[in-house]
Design a binder for this molecule. Structure first.
Ligand code: SAM
Length: 279
């Protein structure tokens, strides 16, 4: 029941046929530039699956653009009805406009614009947390998206982005999460605040490092675990390394100097979460 005295916000449907429409320009800007996403607090996710995930997980939708195919698709129609009931503006567009918006020859039939959501470090209660993953200056959107997807798959608690990281709401990151973005809490923080937080963590603070002295299969992962992963080029920063109680290494035998960040995170998370994942 709405007890605020205000009528609930109900969205509308708008047909757009012009490439010069300001909403088309706004969506293009959100896809192209981080500064537009930061200023507006909005982001774009392409595809019907992501729209369904976002709506089911209760994220706020600003616009849902539907191409001609989506207007014939019952699941897309259901998503549109649900978004509209929650105040979104439904945009009916042709394929050329969808293409222009997303700069793709074969655009998805649905493109959504959502409100960004992050949590703050102070919202984490380590005593009720299981496994948080902290990424030190992650730069590659595909890596970040894959890590978020893996955190979701293993049922870990969330991701902390430490320092100057790639944007979790960039369209490439969102795409790589395959919808897990809508299920995994994201924290953005400066390094100093993170170091203070890590020093007070009640469980193992585990860093992954090429020079780690402990085999990742033998480390102590008694919950709550705080797992630290390093930057793609430079690895873990020295101050981040110092805050770790254990530095673990994943053995390698070939000529590769290291594993890809997302692969290393996946291998480690499956070990940490092993007891939660037995079939
Ligand atoms: N040149 C970088 C270095 O010196 O650390 C390589 C970084 S690696 C591409 C990115 C991150 O993945 C590392 O900082 C670490 O967190 C993790 N990683 C990759 N391979 C690893 C391994 N064999 N053992 C432990 N961690 C690893």
């Amino acid at each position: 029941m709405n007890t605020s005295g205000k009528a609930p916000r109900v969205g509308a449907v708008k047909q757009i046929t012009s490439h010069a429409n300001p909403i088309v320009k706004e969506i293009k800007g959100l896809i192209a530039q981080r500064k537009h996403r930061t200023q507006s607090g909005l982001f774009v996710a392409e595809g019907l699956k992501l729209a369904t995930d976002a709506l089911e997980a209760g994220w706020d939708v600003r616009y849902l653009a539907l191409g001609p195919e989506a207007r014939e698709n019952p699941i897309a129609q259901q998503a549109a009805a649900s978004a509209k009931a929650r105040g979104a503006l439904i945009l009916e567009v042709n394929t050329a406009i969808l293409s222009a918006m997303t700069r793709k020859d074969n655009p998805q039939m649905v493109v959504g614009v959502y409100e960004q959501k992050t949590v703050s470090l102070s919202n984490i209660d380590p005593n009720s947390a299981a496994t948080w993953v902290a990424l030190d200056r992650v730069r590659d959107p595909g890596n970040l998206g894959t890590v978020i997807r893996t955190i979701d798959a293993v049922g870990a608690s969330g991701v902390v982005l430490v320092g100057d990281c790639t944007d979790p709401f960039a369209v490439e990151t969102v795409r790589a999460t395959m919808g897990s973005l809508f299920h995994v809490p994201i924290i953005k923080t400066a390094k100093d605040a993170f170091l203070d937080f890590a020093k007070k963590w009640p469980g193992p603070v585990v860093g992954t490092h090429l020079e780690g002295s402990v085999d990742y299969r033998t480390a102590d992962y008694a919950e709550p675990v705080l797992l630290l992963m390093g930057n793609e080029q430079q690895g873990l920063d020295a101050s981040m390394t110092r805050v770790c109680k254990t530095l673990i290494r994943i053995p390698q035998v070939g000529q590769a100097d290291s594993l890809n960040l997302a692969v290393a995170t996946g291998i480690t998370l499956y070990e940490i979460r092993r007891n939660h994942l037995e079939l």
